[in-house]
Design a binder for this molecule. Sequence first.
Ligand code: SAH
Length: 247
Amino acid sequence: TLFPKLFDAWSDVGVCGRAYHNKLFDLNCWNPRDFSNCPKGSIDDKPYGGGPGMVMMAEPLKKTLDAIKQLHSDKKFKIIFFSPVGKKISQNLVEKILLSKEIKDYIFVCGRYEGVDQRFIDNYVHEILSLGDFVLSGGEYAAMALMDAIIRRIPGSLGNEESSVYDSFMDGFLQYPQYTRPETFDSTKVPDVLLSGHHEKIKLWRRKKALELTCNLRPDLVENAISKKKLSNYELSILKEINFNKN
Ligand code: SAH
């Protein structure tokens, strides 16, 4: 990253800050500007063929990689570049990264300006990932988002009361709606079942709400679950009740 400072606050606050201070992960920022060929420390140049903006040069990036690999010669890194042309980051991908036995160390290459010389990408990058179909001014935001999603799933990084297993996407669906005090807000009362103290009923209600929400907002997720036969009889009965797919 050309902007290591961006990661200072990120690794100091909230869940990631706590995990960082508890040494659940380690983060080192390397600045390609320190590996520039020219005395002024430039790392970008005009694009061949013309056009607007500047392009990050391959050489300082390659030298940065070499320096990282030299210092950590015992590690096997996967090199990820962030770009809008990459594969979209998803919870599935996050879980795969967490489960990987082989790769525990990553080098995240954060582009800036108009992007990075394609030869660096072709020769050194293992995977290209995107945060979504929009254009950011730097890959740092994608790196932070991906790291955050990974870190909050590392056992011990969330407090006791927080848990990521009930989050959206963890079981393929969106999460059920949540409520907290006061019991009545803007004349709307919290659903009675949540005050009943009846755990089994609450569980079923939440399942139903999660399914309803997913049917309304992300029918693609429900269709995917149906086609993969991932739904229980209770869930199928709810779909029937709300007439999913019959409209
Ligand atoms: N000219 C490029 C965009 C450059 S934006 C294009 O049109 O594809 C500058 C940098 O921000 C990129 O090199 C990339 O590292 C990062 N970036 C921008 N949008 C991104 C996204 N959706 N996901 C991940 N990284 C992104």
